[in-house]
Design a protein. Structure first.
Length: 193
């Protein structure tokens, strides 16, 4: 599949990220990305993309043997160049052919495979039991470093809107009252739904 456009949007009602990919052939693939999935996938994509960028740079051979921080800094430098040339202004074109069906794929796992030509293959999978379908659904795409950077940028924007990356905070509990007060001594905190 030759990728034409990517769209990544946070859907608050679903508390999910909707990833849409349309091809030059007029097909659209739709996928739901959950918070749980992104918790593990985001760091992996960051590392793979950094390695992908370093492999494509002739001057990066000195960086390849360096530590992770040096690699990350080099990738961040290239990120700015990619983003300046990327087109985020053209509206996403809805396509009518939906090979996976009208219901988006609820991604349960992603297989990421670095390829020899510095491309990255991402295979999005949905277990059959999740969708109630008779068999599992899936989709895979290959991304060059520039397209991968565009996807990472769009995912980063959606993660910011979702507030999933904000740390969980524990509300401060009130100071314990006098232990002689009935009902407070020895009572365990509870969470009611």
């Amino acid at each position: 599949m030759q990728i034409h456009q990517l769209s990544v949007t946070y859907q608050a009602e679903q508390d999910r990220i909707l990833l849409r990919v349309n091809s030059t052939g007029g097909e659209e693939m739709r996928m739901w990305l959950t918070r749980r999935l992104m918790h593990g996938l985001w760091p992996l994509l960051g590392r793979l993309h950094t390695d992908q960028v370093i492999k494509t740079e002739p001057s990066a051979s000195a960086v390849e043997g360096g530590d992770e921080e040096l690699k990350r800094m080099f990738a961040e430098f290239r990120k700015e160049e990619f983003l300046q040339k990327a087109d985020f202004e053209t509206p996403y074109q809805d396509k009518h052919k939906l090979p996976l069906g009208s219901e988006p794929l609820l991604v349960t796992d992603v297989d990421a495979t670095p390829l020899a030509d510095a491309r990255l293959r991402l295979a999005f999978n949905e277990r059959a039991s999740v969708s109630g379908a008779a068999k599992a659904r899936g989709f895979q795409m290959e991304l060059d470093p520039k397209l991968m950077q565009g996807l990472m940028h769009l995912l980063e924007q959606s993660l910011a809107r979702s507030q999933w990356r904000d740390p969980f905070t524990t509300p401060a509990l009130p100071a314990p009252a006098d232990a002689a007060e009935p009902g407070l001594a020895g009572e365990r905190p509870r969470y009611l739904n």
